[in-house]
Design a binder for this molecule. Structure first.
Ligand SMILES: [Zn+2]
Length: 343
């Protein structure tokens, strides 16, 4: 476009029309270059000023600057309008209103295992227990040896245990009990702790077996600890959890780390006279427990002449299953929202 002071008005109209018609930022950029940049219309006008008659120069300079400002402003406004329009398209149509309140966000819920874990922690904390945590990848020493599980014990066989590294004797812990030893090493008796956590077994999967499940372990170390206290503790806990007086029954059970050891059955929470869950016996196997074996106390660096202890371990998955009438353990790790949304 030629730069001519006689045509300032026409130049302005033409420039503004071009800005107005620009459909996108590329078109706008082109107008900007043509009018405002080096070698553009305004620059050409300014270059002409010295050739004007002296009395016309001032007027010429003003005219060129007014043209420049007008085009600049128009480009700025158009650029904003284009941006806004593109945001509206992104927002899904021309009706985007940034002042409207945001759509509600769905928050989801805690996993049923997390819920029950917190509940169990609260119950035991109210009884003076401390909640402990421990490593999920554990040394052979803590997972087996120190728990009185010698090298030839069936629990160590490969089909039950995920070995991470044979040379370093690392396993995925098969129980939460290793934390008992870690607790004994670090705490001064008397103390009472619980250890909730994930455990792992290399097992064939079915409705009652999973490679990953959850336990809570309890350990009480003190002077003259006895079986009566153990039973009393479990009964108060179960009464809290099931929100009703719960009968328990003890049968002898063998666990290498306790002596004597017991299997604890509880009254079937589903029936009075027998059902599928309890195989018509009205009793359901619930947890293992016992008086801690002196070898285990010694492995944890505790004087077994002076101190005695009881321990118990139970399945958290099993607890949720019993309370909510769930019959397949695999649901917990399945990640199926139809299942999880019910909690
Ligand atoms: Zn039953």
């Amino acid at each position: 476009m030629d730069a001519n002071f006689d045509q300032l008005d026409e130049l302005r109209e033409a420039g503004l029309a071009r800005v107005h018609a620009a459909a996108d930022s590329d078109a706008l950029r082109l107008v900007e270059r043509e009018f405002l940049e080096k070698g553009g219309v305004v620059a050409a006008l300014l270059a002409e000023i010295p050739k004007l008659a002296p009395e016309k120069r001032r007027e010429g300079g003003q005219g060129a600057n007014q043209l420049k400002t007008a085009i600049q402003n128009a480009i700025g406004e158009k650029r904003e309008a284009l941006l806004e329009a593109s945001l509206m398209v992104e927002a899904g149509g021309g009706s985007f209103d940034p002042t409207l309140p945001a759509a509600p966000m769905e928050r989801g819920s805690l996993h049923p295992i997390t819920q029950v874990t917190r509940e169990v922690e609260e119950i035991f904390q109210s009884m003076g227990y401390t909640v402990l945590d421990g490593p999920e990848v554990e040394l052979d020493f803590y997972n087996f040896q120190a728990l009185n599980i010698p090298a030839d014990h069936p629990a160590r066989e490969h089909q039950d245990t995920f070995w991470c590294d044979h040379e370093q004797n690392l396993v995925l812990r098969t129980q939460t009990s290793p934390v008992q030893i870690r607790a004994m090493e670090t705490l001064e008796p008397p103390f009472r702790v619980i250890v909730p956590g994930r455990v792992f077994r290399n097992e064939a999967l079915d409705a009652t077996h999973e490679h990953t499940f959850h336990q809570v372990e309890g350990l009480v170390v003190g002077e003259d600890i006895n079986v009566g206290q153990l039973i009393g503790t479990l009964k108060s806990f179960l009464t809290e959890v099931f929100q009703k007086e719960t009968d328990v029954r003890l049968r002898p059970g063998f666990f290498p780390f306790v002596e004597p050891g017991f299997e604890v059955d509880i009254r079937c929470p589903f029936c009075d006279t027998g059902c599928k869950v309890c195989s018509d016996t009205t009793w359901v196997e619930y947890c293992g427990c016992g008086m801690v074996h002196p070898n285990v106390l010694r492995a944890g660096g505790i004087d077994s002449e002076r101190w005695s202890a009881f321990a118990f371990g139970m399945g958290l998955d099993r607890l949720v299953m019993m309370r909510n009438k769930i019959d397949d353990l695999r649901q917990f790790m399945g990640g199926d929202l139809r299942f999880l949304e019910q909690f």
